[in-house]
Design a protein. Structure first.
Length: 420
């Protein structure tokens, strides 16, 4: 192993720890949830969590993706870099707060569309507040990643998880809030995390406002938004649609299996958090051979983690669940297989995103998301939960095929330019 491989593996391990803290916390609390909450209450709680993932993307406009790439255009100009980062952080704060106010005022119109059996009060308001806090934390976290400050990033997530754990246990055992307990705890930890994040990047940003920086970032990020959004649509739309066709008890059982499979997705995302900055840095320095080696290392990690999850996932569920959640394990193996296909797409998207061809990624992902929603409506009324799983596989295969086509086309174009 060469010396430059060690920082990548170290950062990948730290990002994995940081990213895995949230799902790990969910598993630590799982025996508490299954003993203190009904499967219907658990289904409500996890459905709101899933919707937060979608809504916060609209609030941040995928600008964290723009920072991940455009940061390297200013890496040799420290003052420009600080002004750029300061501008984007301020823009996200103002835009996400504005959108949250609009959503709060629009509750009577919007909540009946997204909730059927779930009470709009208080869960719609939890959805908006948690999405706002997630959006506010997104940019500072991204800045720490591109600056490769993995230790600080991980330490903040440890604090967040500790606050969430303590607040959840207190609220569950000392109040009658039920599924609201965990959501309120997440809000509390989100506030604490935002304060620490801003403090940790205070020297990396400067108070600034530039429409030029905002424009070039939105030109990069908005075409990327459907790509990022599709990941959440494919993992979340099924539960939103299932809520209208199955009982909340069945939804809670399926939600538990989804939570188990999401652990693998979090592992993939955390390794990718270490991979993308290092990969972009190598390509920007014309170190293509080292970038390819890094890609091969990433592939090995992806496959290994997937196989490990298949082996241990169902065994773990059988240990921690109660009879009320019986049946979750039968869905878990199929969901893990879909997550493996999702993870391998990171290898295809890295080079395309580096070339700033985010529109191509959005075509692939938008196609997958549309197929997923369409086949959910076709198959869920016919076979229930298994219909949602079938729709997920169709969507992930479609995205992979399109991304392979884009990647090969990009490679052909690069060879043609090289010959010219």
């Amino acid at each position: 192993m060469k010396r430059h491989d060690i920082p990548f593996l170290r950062d990948a391990a730290l990002y994995t720890i940081a990213t895995m803290l949230t799902p790990a916390l969910g598993f630590i609390l799982l025996p508490v949830f299954t003993s203190q909450l009904t499967s219907a209450e658990y289904g409500i709680m996890t459905t709101v969590q899933a919707l937060v993932g979608i809504l916060q993307l609209f609030m941040v406009l995928s600008l964290h993706g723009a920072v991940t790439r455009l940061y390297y255009d200013y890496k040799n100009h420290s003052q420009d870099r600080k002004r750029y980062l300061g501008t984007i952080v301020l823009f996200v704060i103002l835009f996400s707060v504005f959108l949250s106010i609009v959503l709060m005022l629009s509750q009577p119109i919007i909540s009946p569309v997204i909730f059927s059996s779930i009470p709009a009060r208080p869960f719609y308001y939890y959805l908006v507040i948690l999405s706002l806090l997630s959006a506010l934390n997104s940019l500072p976290a991204t800045i720490l990643r591109v600056k490769e400050r993995a230790v600080v990033y991980t330490a903040i997530h440890v604090i967040k998880s500790a606050v969430t754990l303590l607040l959840t246990l207190y609220l569950l055992f000392n109040t009658s809030l039920g599924p609201s307990s965990y959501l309120l705890a997440m809000a509390g930890s989100g506030i604490v995390t935002f304060v620490i994040f801003i403090w940790s990047i205070r020297k990396d940003i400067s108070a600034s406002w530039s429409w030029h920086y905002i424009k070039i970032s939105l030109l990069f990020s908005l075409p990327l938004l459907p790509h990022v959004l599709s990941n959440w649509i494919i993992t979340t739309s099924d539960r939103v649609i299932l809520e209208k066709f199955i009982s909340l008890e069945e939804l809670g059982v399926f939600a538990l299996a989804v939570q188990g499979a999401m652990v693998l997705r979090m592992v993939y995302m955390s390794v990718n958090s270490a991979f993308v900055p290092k990969y972009n840095d190598l390509l920007s320095s014309s170190k293509d051979a080292e970038a390819r080696k890094l890609t091969h290392m990433f592939l090995i990690l992806m496959i290994g983690c997937g196989v490990f999850s298949l082996a241990l996932g169902q065994l773990f569920l059988s240990w921690v669940t109660t009879p009320d959640f019986e049946g979750a394990s039968q869905y878990l193996w199929a969901l893990i297989g879909a997550e493996m296909i999702f993870g391998l797409n990171y290898l295809l998207t890295a080079r395309i995103a580096y070339q700033k061809m985010t529109g191509r990624l959005s075509i692939s992902s938008s196609t997958a998301a549309i197929l997923n929603i369409g086949f959910n409506f076709i198959f869920i009324p016919m076979v229930g939960i298994w219909g949602a799983i079938i729709a997920t596989y169709i969507a992930e295969f479609a995205r992979s095929v399109l991304n392979i086509w884009w990647a090969e086309k990009l490679q052909r174009d690069e060879r043609r330019v090289g010959r010219g």
